[in-house]
Write a protein that binds this ligand. Structure first.
Ligand code: GLU
Length: 281
């Protein structure tokens, strides 16, 4: 049976782009007789706002997008992220890093436009692991995992190319796990078989596929949908005038009518669909 999910981060109020993303996941599950899950990605201690969670639930109900089963909270799963981190450490694939954001940017600038995003400054250093972030040694991990493929149902089979990300952080100083690690583990734990999300996260799936191989997790199919964008092509954001769903809801708007319009491709004035993705093996 197909299982999809909507996985918002309660870092800000949901807007029309979220309504679109939730609808895609919901409708694909319903059309195929599957389940639609809701997961709250609330582990970013610096940005996550607990008071937004009831608003998110109310928004989805207002939109008529009902989810199956209990709401899953990432904050309740910290032990599983830690355990996976320990497994990767035991494989010798993680190393501690204490570089600040400024140091990472400076090192990347030095490596040049074709250099890795993080040139591995701490890989060969003695670093006190206490309170450090942990990065994956990408070259080593890719070698251990061997060649991998994954499938996006819209654009077909992809050869996994996580190298482009460089040594990404998997365990963080200020949050227990990075998005990559937490989302990958949760999709497996929840039995998600079709990962739907915006095409802006297409490249992240290369990293997730690698983590699945390293941790022995089942491999879902992906569906990266186009994003709703502003007239100038930029992503929707409340600060650029895209209304929060909660504001529309409180103003007495009809959420179900809104979703039906999105479903039929009738977009609110000024919005359009951004470019899709061109990819292949
Ligand atoms: N929490 C992520 C976001 O809001 C979810 C991405 C995903 O669906 O994997 O962008």
């Amino acid at each position: 049976m197909i299982v999809t999910r909507f996985a918002p981060s309660p870092n800000g109020p949901l807007h029309l782009g979220h309504a679109w993303a939730a609808m895609v996941a919901h409708d694909l599950a319903r059309a195929r007789g599957g389940r639609f899950l809701l997961r709250i990605e609330d582990i970013d201690g610096t940005r996550s706002r607990a008071e937004l969670v009831p608003e998110i639930l109310a928004d989805l109900e207002w939109l008529g997008l009902t989810w199956d089963g209990p709401v899953v909270f990432q904050s309740a799963r910290l032990a599983s992220y830690q355990a996976a981190g320990e497994r990767l450490k035991a494989l010798g694939l993680l190393y501690p890093c204490r570089c600040t954001r400024a140091e990472v940017l400076a090192a990347a600038r030095e490596a040049g436009p074709d250099g890795p995003l993080y040139p591995g400054t701490c890989r060969a250093r003695e670093v006190d692991p206490d309170g450090a972030a942990w990065r994956i040694d990408m070259a080593k991990a890719v070698e251990l995992a061997g060649p991998l493929e994954w499938t996006d149902e819209l654009v077909g089979v992809q050869r996994a190319a996580p190298e482009a990300f460089g040594d990404v952080v998997l365990l963080r100083k200020e949050a227990p796990a990075s998005y990559h690690l937490a989302a990958t583990l949760d999709d497996a734990a929840d039995g998600v078989t079709l990962v739907t999300r915006g095409v802006d996260l297409f490249a992240a799936s290369h990293v997730h596929r690698l983590l699945q191989a390293l941790l022995g997790l089942p491999v879902p199919v992906w569906h990266h949908h186009a994003l709703l964008v502003e007239a100038d092509g930029r992503k929707l954001a409340k600060r650029r005038g895209s209304p929060a769903l909660a504001d529309l809801r409180r103003a007495g708007g009809d959420g179900r009518t809104l979703v039906q319009a999105l479903r039929e491709g009738r977009l609110p004035t000024g919005l359009s669909f951004g470019a899709g993705v061109e990819a292949g093996v």
